[in-house]
Design a protein around this ligand. Structure first.
Ligand code: SF4
Length: 346
Protein backbone atom coordinates (compact mmCIF):
# COMPACT_ATOMS: atom_id res chain seq x y z
CA UNK A 1 0.00 0.00 0.00
CA UNK A 2 1.28 3.46 -0.88
CA UNK A 3 2.94 5.20 2.08
CA UNK A 4 2.48 8.54 0.38
CA UNK A 5 -1.30 8.08 0.30
CA UNK A 6 -1.38 6.95 3.93
CA UNK A 7 0.69 9.99 4.98
CA UNK A 8 -1.67 12.28 3.08
CA UNK A 9 -4.65 10.78 4.91
CA UNK A 10 -2.87 11.33 8.22
CA UNK A 11 -2.14 14.97 7.33
CA UNK A 12 -5.71 15.66 6.25
CA UNK A 13 -7.15 14.00 9.36
CA UNK A 14 -4.98 16.01 11.74
CA UNK A 15 -6.99 18.24 14.09
CA UNK A 16 -10.28 16.95 12.70
CA UNK A 17 -13.11 15.69 14.86
CA UNK A 18 -14.03 11.98 14.89
CA UNK A 19 -15.14 11.11 11.32
CA UNK A 20 -17.15 8.12 10.09
CA UNK A 21 -17.29 7.09 6.46
CA UNK A 22 -19.57 4.36 5.21
CA UNK A 23 -18.87 1.98 2.36
CA UNK A 24 -22.06 0.64 0.77
CA UNK A 25 -20.70 -2.22 -1.25
CA UNK A 26 -19.83 -5.70 -0.01
CA UNK A 27 -16.84 -5.84 -2.37
CA UNK A 28 -15.46 -2.68 -0.76
CA UNK A 29 -15.98 -4.20 2.69
CA UNK A 30 -13.91 -7.23 1.74
CA UNK A 31 -11.22 -5.14 -0.06
CA UNK A 32 -10.87 -2.85 2.97
CA UNK A 33 -10.34 -5.84 5.25
CA UNK A 34 -8.04 -7.65 2.85
CA UNK A 35 -5.77 -4.61 2.47
CA UNK A 36 -5.81 -3.87 6.20
CA UNK A 37 -7.04 -0.32 5.56
CA UNK A 38 -8.85 0.04 8.90
CA UNK A 39 -5.61 -0.63 10.75
CA UNK A 40 -3.62 2.12 9.01
CA UNK A 41 -6.22 4.87 9.38
CA UNK A 42 -5.74 7.59 11.99
CA UNK A 43 -7.75 6.91 15.16
CA UNK A 44 -10.22 9.70 14.33
CA UNK A 45 -11.16 8.21 10.93
CA UNK A 46 -13.54 5.29 11.18
CA UNK A 47 -14.95 3.09 8.40
CA UNK A 48 -18.35 1.47 8.82
CA UNK A 49 -20.17 -0.83 6.45
CA UNK A 50 -23.66 -0.21 5.08
CA UNK A 51 -26.34 -2.27 3.33
CA UNK A 52 -24.12 -3.28 0.42
CA UNK A 53 -24.80 -6.99 0.25
CA UNK A 54 -28.05 -7.86 -1.60
CA UNK A 55 -28.26 -11.34 -0.09
CA UNK A 56 -28.05 -9.87 3.43
CA UNK A 57 -31.04 -7.58 2.88
CA UNK A 58 -33.29 -10.25 1.34
CA UNK A 59 -36.05 -10.92 3.83
CA UNK A 60 -37.44 -14.12 5.38
CA UNK A 61 -40.65 -13.90 3.35
CA UNK A 62 -38.73 -14.06 0.05
CA UNK A 63 -36.63 -17.01 1.22
CA UNK A 64 -39.77 -18.79 2.47
CA UNK A 65 -41.41 -18.27 -0.92
CA UNK A 66 -38.33 -19.62 -2.72
CA UNK A 67 -38.47 -22.67 -0.45
CA UNK A 68 -42.20 -23.13 -1.10
CA UNK A 69 -41.57 -23.12 -4.85
CA UNK A 70 -38.59 -25.46 -4.50
CA UNK A 71 -40.79 -27.98 -2.67
CA UNK A 72 -43.30 -28.14 -5.53
CA UNK A 73 -43.19 -31.01 -8.03
CA UNK A 74 -41.40 -30.40 -11.31
CA UNK A 75 -39.72 -27.17 -10.22
CA UNK A 76 -36.04 -26.34 -10.64
CA UNK A 77 -34.72 -23.42 -8.60
CA UNK A 78 -31.75 -21.63 -10.16
CA UNK A 79 -29.76 -19.35 -7.90
CA UNK A 80 -26.41 -17.80 -7.15
CA UNK A 81 -24.58 -19.90 -4.56
CA UNK A 82 -24.66 -17.38 -1.74
CA UNK A 83 -28.47 -17.65 -1.46
CA UNK A 84 -28.30 -21.30 -0.42
CA UNK A 85 -27.75 -20.76 3.28
CA UNK A 86 -29.75 -17.59 3.79
CA UNK A 87 -32.11 -18.42 6.64
CA UNK A 88 -35.86 -18.41 6.09
CA UNK A 89 -38.18 -18.69 9.07
CA UNK A 90 -37.72 -22.48 9.39
CA UNK A 91 -35.08 -23.72 6.98
CA UNK A 92 -32.93 -22.71 4.03
CA UNK A 93 -32.45 -23.78 0.41
CA UNK A 94 -29.36 -25.88 1.18
CA UNK A 95 -31.30 -28.00 3.67
CA UNK A 96 -34.26 -28.63 1.39
CA UNK A 97 -31.91 -29.39 -1.48
CA UNK A 98 -30.29 -32.06 0.71
CA UNK A 99 -33.68 -33.77 1.04
CA UNK A 100 -34.53 -33.78 -2.65
CA UNK A 101 -35.47 -30.31 -3.92
CA UNK A 102 -33.85 -29.48 -7.26
CA UNK A 103 -31.79 -26.37 -6.49
CA UNK A 104 -29.05 -25.50 -8.98
CA UNK A 105 -26.25 -22.98 -8.65
CA UNK A 106 -25.73 -20.81 -11.70
CA UNK A 107 -23.18 -18.12 -12.54
CA UNK A 108 -25.33 -15.95 -14.82
CA UNK A 109 -29.11 -15.62 -15.21
CA UNK A 110 -28.56 -16.46 -18.89
CA UNK A 111 -27.65 -20.02 -17.79
CA UNK A 112 -31.36 -20.42 -16.98
CA UNK A 113 -32.29 -20.33 -20.67
CA UNK A 114 -30.27 -23.52 -21.22
CA UNK A 115 -31.66 -25.22 -18.10
CA UNK A 116 -35.20 -24.38 -19.26
CA UNK A 117 -34.50 -25.79 -22.76
CA UNK A 118 -33.11 -29.02 -21.28
CA UNK A 119 -36.11 -29.45 -18.98
CA UNK A 120 -39.18 -28.55 -21.06
CA UNK A 121 -41.60 -30.29 -18.68
CA UNK A 122 -40.40 -28.46 -15.60
CA UNK A 123 -40.74 -24.90 -14.34
CA UNK A 124 -37.35 -23.23 -13.90
CA UNK A 125 -37.44 -20.36 -11.39
CA UNK A 126 -34.51 -17.96 -11.11
CA UNK A 127 -34.08 -16.26 -7.73
CA UNK A 128 -33.41 -12.72 -8.91
CA UNK A 129 -31.55 -11.17 -5.99
CA UNK A 130 -29.13 -8.33 -6.52
CA UNK A 131 -28.60 -4.61 -6.97
CA UNK A 132 -28.27 -2.50 -10.13
CA UNK A 133 -25.06 -4.39 -10.87
CA UNK A 134 -26.78 -7.67 -11.78
CA UNK A 135 -30.28 -6.44 -12.57
CA UNK A 136 -29.55 -5.54 -16.25
CA UNK A 137 -28.41 -9.12 -16.95
CA UNK A 138 -31.62 -10.44 -15.41
CA UNK A 139 -33.62 -8.00 -17.53
CA UNK A 140 -31.68 -9.08 -20.63
CA UNK A 141 -32.45 -12.73 -19.79
CA UNK A 142 -36.18 -11.96 -19.65
CA UNK A 143 -35.97 -10.17 -23.01
CA UNK A 144 -34.07 -13.13 -24.49
CA UNK A 145 -36.55 -15.64 -23.08
CA UNK A 146 -39.44 -13.64 -24.55
CA UNK A 147 -37.83 -13.35 -27.97
CA UNK A 148 -37.07 -17.09 -28.01
CA UNK A 149 -40.55 -18.03 -26.80
CA UNK A 150 -39.24 -19.82 -23.70
CA UNK A 151 -42.39 -20.95 -21.88
CA UNK A 152 -41.00 -22.55 -18.71
CA UNK A 153 -38.64 -19.94 -17.27
CA UNK A 154 -39.80 -17.67 -14.44
CA UNK A 155 -38.31 -15.11 -12.07
CA UNK A 156 -38.85 -14.40 -8.39
CA UNK A 157 -37.63 -10.83 -8.05
CA UNK A 158 -36.13 -9.33 -4.91
CA UNK A 159 -33.82 -6.97 -6.74
CA UNK A 160 -33.09 -3.73 -5.01
CA UNK A 161 -31.81 -0.24 -5.73
CA UNK A 162 -28.98 1.43 -3.82
CA UNK A 163 -29.87 5.17 -3.98
CA UNK A 164 -33.20 4.79 -2.08
CA UNK A 165 -31.32 2.92 0.68
CA UNK A 166 -28.85 5.80 0.96
CA UNK A 167 -31.79 8.24 1.22
CA UNK A 168 -33.19 6.11 4.05
CA UNK A 169 -29.84 6.18 5.86
CA UNK A 170 -29.68 9.97 5.57
CA UNK A 171 -33.11 10.23 7.20
CA UNK A 172 -32.33 7.75 10.00
CA UNK A 173 -31.44 9.67 13.16
CA UNK A 174 -29.63 6.61 14.58
CA UNK A 175 -27.18 6.61 11.66
CA UNK A 176 -24.18 8.92 11.99
CA UNK A 177 -22.11 9.15 8.84
CA UNK A 178 -19.88 11.96 7.55
CA UNK A 179 -19.45 10.66 4.01
CA UNK A 180 -20.02 7.77 1.64
CA UNK A 181 -17.66 5.56 -0.29
CA UNK A 182 -20.01 4.85 -3.18
CA UNK A 183 -20.20 1.45 -4.91
CA UNK A 184 -18.17 1.37 -8.12
CA UNK A 185 -20.00 -1.54 -9.72
CA UNK A 186 -23.45 -0.04 -9.13
CA UNK A 187 -22.20 3.35 -10.39
CA UNK A 188 -21.00 1.73 -13.64
CA UNK A 189 -24.67 1.11 -14.43
CA UNK A 190 -26.50 4.09 -12.91
CA UNK A 191 -23.73 6.71 -13.21
CA UNK A 192 -22.42 9.38 -10.87
CA UNK A 193 -25.44 11.62 -11.43
CA UNK A 194 -27.73 9.09 -9.73
CA UNK A 195 -26.09 9.99 -6.40
CA UNK A 196 -26.33 13.76 -6.75
CA UNK A 197 -29.12 13.95 -4.16
CA UNK A 198 -26.60 13.14 -1.42
CA UNK A 199 -25.76 16.21 0.59
CA UNK A 200 -22.71 14.64 2.21
CA UNK A 201 -19.18 14.24 0.84
CA UNK A 202 -19.37 11.15 -1.37
CA UNK A 203 -16.97 9.44 -3.73
CA UNK A 204 -17.42 6.69 -6.30
CA UNK A 205 -14.47 4.40 -5.65
CA UNK A 206 -12.68 1.48 -7.26
CA UNK A 207 -11.74 -1.67 -5.39
CA UNK A 208 -7.94 -1.74 -5.23
CA UNK A 209 -6.35 -0.56 -1.97
CA UNK A 210 -4.88 2.54 -3.64
CA UNK A 211 -8.25 3.42 -5.18
CA UNK A 212 -9.94 3.20 -1.79
CA UNK A 213 -7.22 5.35 -0.22
CA UNK A 214 -7.64 7.93 -3.02
CA UNK A 215 -11.37 8.01 -2.30
CA UNK A 216 -10.70 8.54 1.42
CA UNK A 217 -8.33 11.39 0.56
CA UNK A 218 -11.09 12.90 -1.55
CA UNK A 219 -13.60 12.63 1.34
CA UNK A 220 -11.16 14.20 3.81
CA UNK A 221 -10.31 16.95 1.33
CA UNK A 222 -14.00 17.75 0.87
CA UNK A 223 -14.42 18.00 4.64
CA UNK A 224 -11.27 20.15 4.82
CA UNK A 225 -12.69 22.49 2.19
CA UNK A 226 -16.19 22.40 3.64
CA UNK A 227 -17.61 20.82 0.47
CA UNK A 228 -20.27 18.15 0.14
CA UNK A 229 -20.18 16.86 -3.43
CA UNK A 230 -20.38 13.59 -5.32
CA UNK A 231 -16.99 12.95 -6.89
CA UNK A 232 -15.77 10.17 -9.13
CA UNK A 233 -12.44 8.47 -8.33
CA UNK A 234 -13.23 5.56 -10.66
CA UNK A 235 -13.31 7.48 -13.92
CA UNK A 236 -11.69 4.69 -15.93
CA UNK A 237 -14.90 2.68 -15.54
CA UNK A 238 -17.70 4.93 -14.29
CA UNK A 239 -19.33 7.61 -16.43
CA UNK A 240 -21.38 10.54 -15.24
CA UNK A 241 -24.50 9.18 -16.99
CA UNK A 242 -23.72 5.48 -16.34
CA UNK A 243 -24.43 2.77 -18.89
CA UNK A 244 -27.33 4.14 -20.93
CA UNK A 245 -28.05 0.82 -22.66
CA UNK A 246 -28.15 -1.14 -19.39
CA UNK A 247 -30.45 1.46 -17.82
CA UNK A 248 -32.80 1.26 -20.82
CA UNK A 249 -32.99 -2.55 -20.65
CA UNK A 250 -33.63 -2.29 -16.93
CA UNK A 251 -36.49 0.17 -17.25
CA UNK A 252 -38.02 -1.78 -20.15
CA UNK A 253 -38.45 -4.88 -18.01
CA UNK A 254 -38.73 -3.59 -14.44
CA UNK A 255 -40.54 -0.88 -12.54
CA UNK A 256 -39.70 0.56 -9.14
CA UNK A 257 -41.76 -0.54 -6.14
CA UNK A 258 -41.61 -0.04 -2.40
CA UNK A 259 -40.03 -3.10 -0.85
CA UNK A 260 -38.79 -4.46 2.44
CA UNK A 261 -35.11 -4.80 3.31
CA UNK A 262 -34.29 -7.40 5.92
CA UNK A 263 -33.51 -5.83 9.27
CA UNK A 264 -34.25 -2.35 7.96
CA UNK A 265 -37.90 -2.31 6.92
CA UNK A 266 -39.73 -0.87 3.94
CA UNK A 267 -37.87 1.61 1.75
CA UNK A 268 -39.95 3.58 -0.79
CA UNK A 269 -39.31 2.72 -4.45
CA UNK A 270 -36.27 0.63 -3.61
CA UNK A 271 -37.27 -2.63 -5.31
CA UNK A 272 -37.59 -3.84 -8.90
CA UNK A 273 -40.79 -5.56 -9.98
CA UNK A 274 -41.33 -7.20 -13.36
CA UNK A 275 -43.59 -4.99 -15.51
CA UNK A 276 -47.03 -6.29 -16.53
CA UNK A 277 -45.87 -6.61 -20.16
CA UNK A 278 -43.56 -9.41 -18.96
CA UNK A 279 -45.99 -10.96 -16.45
CA UNK A 280 -45.63 -14.37 -18.14
CA UNK A 281 -42.16 -14.54 -16.58
CA UNK A 282 -43.20 -13.40 -13.11
CA UNK A 283 -43.71 -16.53 -11.01
CA UNK A 284 -45.66 -14.54 -8.42
CA UNK A 285 -48.24 -13.73 -11.11
CA UNK A 286 -48.28 -17.18 -12.73
CA UNK A 287 -48.26 -19.27 -9.57
CA UNK A 288 -48.69 -17.14 -6.43
CA UNK A 289 -47.76 -18.70 -3.09
CA UNK A 290 -48.75 -17.46 0.34
CA UNK A 291 -46.26 -17.76 3.18
CA UNK A 292 -46.91 -16.91 6.78
CA UNK A 293 -45.31 -13.67 7.92
CA UNK A 294 -43.39 -14.66 11.04
CA UNK A 295 -41.34 -12.35 13.23
CA UNK A 296 -38.38 -14.54 14.22
CA UNK A 297 -37.15 -13.98 17.76
CA UNK A 298 -33.37 -13.79 17.58
CA UNK A 299 -30.60 -11.72 19.11
CA UNK A 300 -29.19 -11.14 15.61
CA UNK A 301 -28.32 -7.45 15.15
CA UNK A 302 -28.08 -7.50 11.34
CA UNK A 303 -30.50 -4.58 11.04
CA UNK A 304 -28.17 -2.31 13.04
CA UNK A 305 -25.04 -3.80 11.42
CA UNK A 306 -26.44 -3.00 7.96
CA UNK A 307 -27.01 0.63 8.95
CA UNK A 308 -23.53 1.03 10.43
CA UNK A 309 -24.95 1.64 13.91
CA UNK A 310 -23.04 -1.27 15.46
CA UNK A 311 -20.28 -3.56 14.23
CA UNK A 312 -20.62 -7.35 14.22
CA UNK A 313 -18.47 -7.44 17.37
CA UNK A 314 -21.34 -5.77 19.22
CA UNK A 315 -23.60 -8.73 18.43
CA UNK A 316 -23.71 -11.24 21.32
CA UNK A 317 -23.86 -14.13 18.85
CA UNK A 318 -20.83 -13.14 16.75
CA UNK A 319 -18.27 -15.97 16.61
CA UNK A 320 -20.10 -17.74 19.45
CA UNK A 321 -23.16 -19.33 17.91
CA UNK A 322 -23.04 -17.40 14.63
CA UNK A 323 -20.31 -18.27 12.17
CA UNK A 324 -20.13 -19.03 8.41
CA UNK A 325 -20.87 -22.72 9.04
CA UNK A 326 -23.87 -21.91 11.20
CA UNK A 327 -25.18 -18.50 10.18
CA UNK A 328 -27.88 -17.12 12.45
CA UNK A 329 -28.40 -14.01 10.35
CA UNK A 330 -27.92 -13.24 6.64
CA UNK A 331 -24.92 -10.93 7.20
CA UNK A 332 -22.91 -14.06 8.01
CA UNK A 333 -23.97 -15.99 4.90
CA UNK A 334 -22.59 -14.28 1.82
CA UNK A 335 -18.82 -13.88 1.43
CA UNK A 336 -19.57 -10.18 1.04
CA UNK A 337 -21.74 -10.05 4.17
CA UNK A 338 -20.44 -7.68 6.82
CA UNK A 339 -20.41 -10.27 9.62
CA UNK A 340 -18.78 -12.87 7.36
CA UNK A 341 -16.04 -10.36 6.47
CA UNK A 342 -15.44 -9.48 10.13
CA UNK A 343 -15.39 -13.18 10.99
CA UNK A 344 -12.82 -13.90 8.32
CA UNK A 345 -10.48 -10.98 8.82
CA UNK A 346 -10.76 -9.67 12.39
S1 SF4 B 1 -23.02 -12.05 13.92
FE1 SF4 B 1 -24.69 -13.33 13.12
S2 SF4 B 1 -26.35 -13.03 14.54
FE2 SF4 B 1 -24.92 -11.34 14.87
S3 SF4 B 1 -25.60 -9.67 13.55
FE3 SF4 B 1 -24.14 -10.87 12.38
S4 SF4 B 1 -25.37 -12.35 11.23
FE4 SF4 B 1 -26.66 -11.54 12.89
Amino acid sequence: MSNLLVKKIERLAEDKRQLRFMEVCGTHTVSIFRAGIRQILPSNVELVSGPGCPVCVTNDEYVDKAIAYAQMDDVIIATFGDMLKVPGTKTNLAEISAVGADVRIIYSPLDCIKIAAENPNKRVIFLAVGFETTAPTTAATILTAKSQGVHNLFFLSAMKLVPPALKMLLNDSAVRVDGFLLPGHVAVVIGVNAFKFLKLPSVVAGFEAEEILMALINLLTQIDEDRAEVDNEYKSVVKVEGNVTAKKILSTVFEEVTTEWRGIGEIPLSGLKIRDEFADFDIEKILPVEVEKVQRKTACRCGEVLRGIVTPKDCPLFKKVCNPLHAVGPCMVSVEGICAAWHRFS
